[in-house]
Structure formats: structure tokens, C-alpha cells
Design a protein. Structure first.
Length: 213
């Protein structure tokens, strides 16, 4: 798989020492391995030393921020107070030998723009959590539990709905005229429209109950 060496070098440079050493060098393609080795050498780190011996005793997962360009996660050490009661609103596994996942930074940027507190962490995948032994880590985007619905809505609107619209458009293009007329959104997504009506009604009823309407 072709990689962008400039992009990958910037990503490795953005990682903390712990996060860099957590990567499995053997999982990287040759080009990525050379960039990784160069970063290890530049920092004066011994890649042969076990990660546990070189990491902090705190055991905390690093937090990640977007870079100024917004295209790759950058390491941070802060841990928000609300993390223990947080909800996961987005996740993505890290595939061996591939470059960084810019969508992780994109998702976090969307929430920051919306004013929603969030925490992007790189978490180890335990062996019992997957049947694919090549998967070692995953990105997890966390928000305060009380904001999970709002955060999910923002991600849908700013990122995922565009892709869904494109897929739906392509799907409709393959229909005959008669089939197209039968696929009106009110029919195809009747359950979704019903859900919107129900949540709106419940919200208005709660406003009325509190005499806030």
C-alpha cells in the first residue's frame, strides 16, 4: 500500500514517546518502518527496550489533539475529569502498516468546533476483544455522557451524512421509474421519520410539564 512519507513522518513526530514506542515495528511496511526508526533515533530512544520499562508508571492513555493543519492527531497528556463517565461516540481500529487515520482528527475537530468537550485516545485492543490478532490499537473519541446524543448528531451531520447521501443517490440511480416512485424517503426511511416525530413530541411534552413551553 502506498503511503505518504511526509504525512507519516509528521504523525510519528506528533506522538509522545510512550505512544511511539507502543507501535509494533514489525507491523509496519518497510517505508513506514524506516520513518519510524528515524524518529526513534532522533529522540534517542531504544526501540529494543520493552515498552513497559520506558513508559510512565501512571499507565494513563495519552490524549490527542489535532495539529494546526487538522489532518493528524497530535499527542497531549491531559485527562479530563469527566472521562470515567464518558461515552464513546466514534472509534476506528489501527491497521498494521497503514499511515495515521486523519478521520480521527477530523471527528475531533467537528466536536471542538461545536463546542463539545472531547477526548481522543489511542487504546490497546486486548486479545479477547478481537479475532484478528494483527489489530493492536484503536482510536476512541469520548465525550461527557450527557452530551453523547448531541455529539453523535454533530458527527452525523458534518461527516457521515454526506457519505450516506452519496450512497443513497447511487442506489436510486439503478432503479427503474416505477421502483424509484416506490422509494420515497417517507417510505424507505419511515422508521427514521417516526423516530424524529417521537423525540420531538417527548421533548415538547417535557417542556410543557415544566411549564417552559
Amino acid at each position: 500500500m502506498k503511503i505518504d512519507p511526509v504525512y507519516l513522518k509528521r504523525h510519528y513526530a506528533s506522538l509522545s514517546d510512550d505512544a511511539l514506542l507502543a507501535l509494533d515495528r514489525d507491523d509496519l511496511v518497510e517505508a513506514a518502518r524506516q520513518i519510524y526508526d528515524a524518529e526513534i533515533t532522533e529522540r534517542g530512544l531504544d526501540s529494543d527496550q520493552p515498552f513497559d520499562e520506558m513508559s510512565d508508571s501512571t499507565g494513563d492513555d495519552p490524549e490527542f489533539e489535532t495539529t494546526a493543519s487538522g489532518d493528524a492527531p497530535a499527542a497531549d497528556t491531559g485527562v479530563p475529569e469527566w472521562l470515567e463517565e464518558a461515552s464513546e461516540v466514534w472509534s476506528c481500529v489501527v491497521y498494521p502498516g497503514r499511515g495515521p487515520a486523519p478521520e480521527a482528527a477530523d471527528a475531533r475537530a467537528v466536536l471542538i468546533e461545536a463546542g463539545i468537550p472531547c477526548h481522543l485516545e489511542l487504546q490497546e485492543i486486548l486479545p479477547e476483544e478481537t479475532t484478528n490478532r494483527e489489530l493492536r490499537h484503536q482510536w476512541r473519541l469520548m465525550v461527557p455522557g450527557t452530551l453523547n446524543l448531541r455529539a453523535t448528531s454533530e458527527l452525523d451531520r458534518e461527516i457521515f451524512n454526506e457519505d450516506f447521501e452519496a450512497e443513497w443517490k447511487s442506489h436510486l440511480e439503478g432503479f427503474s421509474d416505477a421502483e424509484l416512485r416506490s422509494m420515497h424517503p417517507q417510505v424507505a426511511f419511515g422508521g427514521l421519520f417516526d423516530k424524529v416525530e417521537r423525540v420531538t413530541r417527548a421533548y415538547n411534552e417535557e417542556l410543557a410539564r415544566r411549564r417552559m413551553a
